[in-house]
Design a protein. Structure first.
Length: 301
């Protein structure tokens, strides 16, 4: 079973969902800590012979082009996380397109290669932003990895819900649970590679990424991965460089956000290493290439 390892490359101040998050005009005045976590990740991936996809924020890539090239030179895929970490349903279609086109060009200028993949900030393809899939295809991306399990969705209903997922409406088995699919948008086909969702006590969780990855113990992650594989789904995990670096500055957040964003940093690397030593990972573009035909109607996109 092929799995995918992805990294959303952003800094400690690129958190969403709080009024205390600094505006983009302030970012240049803040200390950047992305290199510390990123270097540790690259070392671990190299030691476990794991190749990953790095979704770079365009703003950060402009300032760390050497790190972008280092990721590329180690055989990892360079993909786009947009330029300014915006949510599509907050900014609207035109600014969203400008943002993701700008990021794509920056990354392609740095790497000299076509950037095929995109992941929006905050897994922001929710029910109120289904139009964003068309915009992503129009911007020239071939695959997207912005659809998250419902528990992760921001604002309105998440787009990916069993049976009502905009990406999947085929047959009685919702392939979008953790599988890939092809969305036929008005601007052509777009392959969707959602991050892994997992059902626990009736709740659909983003088990293999962010706070969930840090909270659950290794044995549970292994058990959940086994269950995913038995069900025929790949493991698609995501991590941020700041989650590797427990010494980065903290933002003043609400109790819940603080818990979710900052809990158990010390456990992240050992869990990632454990997963990399026990499962085969490929960059998301290789998983996208394996997608079988699963076309859906273009209506509504
Ligand atoms: Zn992000």
């Amino acid at each position: 079973m092929l799995n995918a390892f992805s990294v959303d490359v952003e800094d400690w101040f690129h958190i969403l969902g709080s009024p205390t998050v600094p505006a983009i005009e302030q970012w240049d005045s803040l200390e950047s800590c992305v290199e510390r976590g990123l270097e540790q990740l690259l070392k671990m991936l190299n030691e476990t012979s794991t190749r990953a996809t790095f979704f770079w924020l365009g703003w950060l890539a402009e300032r760390h082009s050497d790190l972008v090239r280092k990721c590329q030179e180690q055989g990892h895929e360079i993909a786009s996380h947009g330029y300014a970490h915006v949510l599509p349903w907050e900014v609207g279609a035109v600014p969203f397109k400008d943002d993701i086109v700008r990021a794509k060009k920056i990354l392609e200028d740095i790497t000299g290669e076509q950037v095929r993949g995109f992941r929006t900030a905050g897994f922001g393809i929710t029910g109120r932003a289904r139009w964003a899939l068309t915009v992503i295809a129009e911007a020239g991306y071939q695959y997207d990895s912005s659809v998250a399990p419902p528990a992760l969705g921001r604002g309105n209903k998440p787009a990916c819900r069993d049976g009502t997922c905009p990406a999947i409406a085929r047959g009685d088995k919702p392939a979008c649970r953790s599988g890939t699919c092809i969305i036929d948008t008005q601007n052509g086909p777009l392959i969707e590679v959602p991050v892994t969702g997992f059902v626990l006590l009736g709740l659909r969780l983003g088990l293999l990424g962010g706070g969930y990855l840090r909270i659950f113990p290794k044995w549970f992650l292994r058990l959940a991965t086994w269950k995913l594989h038995v069900s025929g789904y790949p493991l698609i995990l995501y991590v941020h460089p700041r989650e590797i670096d427990p010494h980065h500055p903290r933002l003043p957040l609400s109790f819940f956000r603080r818990f979710k964003c900052y809990v158990h940093f010390g456990s992240t690397m050992s869990k990632l290493r454990c997963l990399c030593e026990n499962y085969d990972f490929v960059p998301l573009r290789e998983l996208a290439d394996t997608v079988s035909a699963c076309m859906t109607s273009s209506a509504g996109y």
